[in-house]
Write a protein that binds this ligand. Sequence first.
Ligand SMILES: Cc1ncc(COP(=O)(O)O)c(C=O)c1O
Length: 391
Amino acid sequence: MRPEFLPFARPSISDEDVQAVTDVLRSGWITTGVKCAELEAGFTDRLGTTSAVATTSATAAMHLALVALGIGPGDEVITPSMTWVSTVNMIVRLGATPVFVDVDRETLMATAAGIDSAVTDRTRAIIPVDYAGAAIDMAGIRAIGVARGIPVIEDAAHAIGTRRSDGEEVGQVGTAIFSLHPIKTITSGEGGVLVTDDEAFGENIRRLRFHGLGVDAWERGQQGRSPQAEVLEPGFKYNLPDMNAALGLSQFHRLDEFIDRRRDLALRYRERLASIPGLTPLGDAETTGRHAWHLFIVRVDPETAGVDRADFMAALKSKNIGTGIHFRAIHTQKWFVDHPDRWRGTDLANTEWNSDRICSLPLFPDMSDADVDDVVAAIRDAVPSSSGVPA
Ligand SMILES: Cc1ncc(COP(=O)(O)O)c(C=O)c1O
């Protein structure tokens, strides 16, 4: 057994990251300022898009996007049930109705056809999710948005640095949100970024991020702008402090290095797990060019593997190996079960099948190849179907 616990995720923090945050702490300005602006410029420069607005989380970014779109009671928003509950909470809190579509059984991503069939005359937004670092079929989904006049906000919380099969990087086109939470590919402690190629929409998000004022605190304090900025509409307090932005910016410089290491680890898992019956990694989406490998997910099928997911996770834990579930389907969670009038859903068979079986294995850039081999050895001990199957 491993002497040290192997978590399923851990941020890779370098001396440069520590120095970047320390410099901000000593600078005399620790809330939103020049570092936040530099982080935003990093995103617009890399993606060649018009606007990037950094927020305290991707959830906050999605909240602002939905408010900016005017989503409210009577409106429907199409999204998968197989996602993190935070975005759906925002839809519900605005009084709108989430409409859950099923996902592809192998990629956990919604399909353009499934989304198209869920559109009604009350649909006001579509939120597709790039799952685990793969790229969803945005060409197909954008076509629906254009044909039906429905805005699309891509939930790219998992997909900083992901590329589509045509080479386009996620966030280059349209509007997307990224997460800088500590388990994500790069982190600012907590944080999110909304990117958009719609300049007016970006300006609206920027205003809503900071009380709905015409200028933010940094502009007023440092740029000599009027201290008496007016509230143009009631806004929120979702601005990303420079302490966080400095960490995010320092990490941003290592994004491609992180993704390369994650890919190597993921391919090692794939190769070593391929022969175990009943333990199936997610499949490849043909719409993905470069996978960011935010998560490495397997499905534990009790009938074939001879062990159910709970016992599988407990067995790994007993060997000092952490795992996670990303995610339990939203419509199966208590509040949604208790409030069937607050959401709608199509047939969710693939979502439910996966919700009962998915398990995320440890994956982070500072893991060694030997760490992967430890996990695989623990899995082989935990899964009866692997006995007699050559390693
Ligand atoms: C698919 C998805 N969307 C949105 C979020 C929200 O991100 P944040 O924690 O930055 O608010 C997450 C976070 O895990 C996520 O997985």
